[in-house]
Design a protein around this ligand. Structure first.
Ligand SMILES: Nc1ncnc2c1ncn2[C@@H]1O[C@H](COP(=O)(O)OP(=O)(O)OP(=O)(O)O)[C@@H](O)[C@H]1O
Length: 402
């Protein structure tokens, strides 16, 4: 809330035509009214904003980059990822972005990303509603949503860049930089800086270009999302299509871990970007000589499906039950369905009690079990997962009340 107030203060100081009660800000010459805070993550705040001329609603993600070039680069990686997947169904795209300098610290920047607004919220909101109302997802509907996420993920895991450079190249801050969150005097200075930068585009672009992340036209690349969880899956306006979002953690796959320092760096990155209850075991303890690849997302998909079925991640659930640490539960593959006996490493040791009415269907349980295989090589890849889920959907009866 303090952040929202600070933002509103910024926008008052920033906008000639605004008045108290109607805070506005500008992004690349478009004016937006800030309506409310939608959510916040580790590095950002997301606001609901309205285009003052068209009344269209958007989500505005404000990513603070207080640590200079490195943190700006991290934010720009996210912007770049939105562009990479701009035409991929089921993955969020950005509408626009800009970079602003902080009022008191010219080295600190804020990256604003304008996104389509999903009014139905995300899968975590649906899980919360189920918990509050003592309801469950209809199984077929859930598995169709899950299948949608799998297909979006496949586009990421098996990305093919459009041929002939249809993809927009990443720009620099140019037009928007002076518009957002900086006083007018600074706007003028930034305009001059932008003009100078236009003359020396490489200078301006270099710290922001994420060369290793940008695929050449027609190139096939594999990307890992690394932070799949219910909170990062939005639901489109008609309620049927999931939209994978929060591309701030995306990375190229596979990454061979060739040294101890690389292993530690990878572990630190994972701690920063991958949400712990959904994080794969190989990211808790990264070992030299291993490879980190798209299988980390398959693990998170298993946790996500379980959370939709049960209400929280399997390892949060287990660590709450046993009082053990979450990381120990993950590393030991220690989880179970609520109506099963202790399950450790493989389905054979599962001791199911008599299935209750309304219990989770066995084929759906099997999808979760396969995804939550501790050894990454034994986990299905995304194509195998899609095949399994398609078979499950085919075998499920129509939901009773949808
Ligand atoms: N396009 C959108 N439409 C509606 N709500 C959104 C949108 N984007 C984000 N939100 C809301 O804002 C929250 C935070 O967004 P996001 O996950 O992108 O931030 P983050 O800082 O990357 O989060 P995290 O630290 O969890 O990774 C989301 O959980 C969601 O509730």
């Amino acid at each position: 809330m303090a952040q929202l107030l600070q933002d509103l203060m910024y926008s008052f100081g920033n906008c000639l035509n605004c008045f108290p009660g109607s805070p506005t800000l500008k992004i690349n010459s478009r004016s937006f009214k800030i309506l409310r805070l939608l959510g916040e993550g580790g590095f950002s705040y997301v606001y609901l904003v309205q285009d003052t001329s068209t009344a269209e609603l958007f989500a505005l993600k404000k990513i603070r980059c207080p640590f200079g070039a490195e943190s700006v680069q991290q934010a720009m990686r996210e912007v770049e990822a939105y562009k990479t997947f701009a035409h991929t169904p089921g993955i969020i795209h950005s509408v626009d972005y800009s970079i602003a300098s902080e009022r008191n610290d010219p080295d600190a920047k804020t990256v604003y990303v304008l996104l389509p607004y999903y009014r139905r919220g995300n899968l975590q909101d649906m899980i919360n509603a189920n918990l509050v109302n003592h309801t469950k997802f209809p199984e077929r509907k859930l598995m169709l949503l899950f299948l949608g996420v799998c297909r979006a993920l496949m586009a990421m895991h098996q990305y093919q860049a459009p041929a002939g450079g249809e993809r927009m190249e990443m720009g620099n801050a140019k037009a928007g930089e002076e518009d957002v969150g900086v006083p007018k005097s600074k706007n003028r200075r930034n305009k001059a800086v932008a003009a100078a930068d236009a003359d020396d585009e490489t200078e301006q672009a270099r710290p922001l270009m994420i060369e290793e992340q940008v695929a050449a036209p027609g190139e096939r690349r594999s990307y890992t999302h690394r932070d799949i969880k219910p909170g990062n899956i939005m639901i489109d306006d008609d309620g049927s299509q999931p939209i994978l979002m929060d591309l701030g953690s995306i990375a190229i796959s596979p990454i061979p871990i060739t040294s101890r320092s690389q292993a530690i760096a990878m572990q630190d990155k994972a701690a920063e970007h991958s949400t712990m209850p959904y994080r794969a075991p190989e990211l808790f303890e990264v070992n030299t000589g291993t490879v980190i690849d798209t299988k980390v997302d398959i693990w998170s998909m298993g946790c996500t499906l379980y959370a939709c079925l049960v209400g929280k991640s399997p390892f949060e659930m287990r660590s709450d039950e046993t009082g053990g640490s979450l990381s120990m539960c993950v590393l030991g593959g220690d989880w179970r369905f609520p109506d099963e006996g202790r399950q450790k490493k493989g389905k054979d040791s599962a001791v199911p009690t008599t299935p209750e009415e309304g219990a989770i269907s066995e084929p759906i349980r099997e999808v979760v079990r396969k995804c939550l295989t501790v050894e990454p090589n034994e986990r299905p890849d995304i194509e195998e997962l899609i095949r399994m889920v398609e078979d499950v959907v085919e075998g499920l009866p129509e939901d009773a009340s949808v």
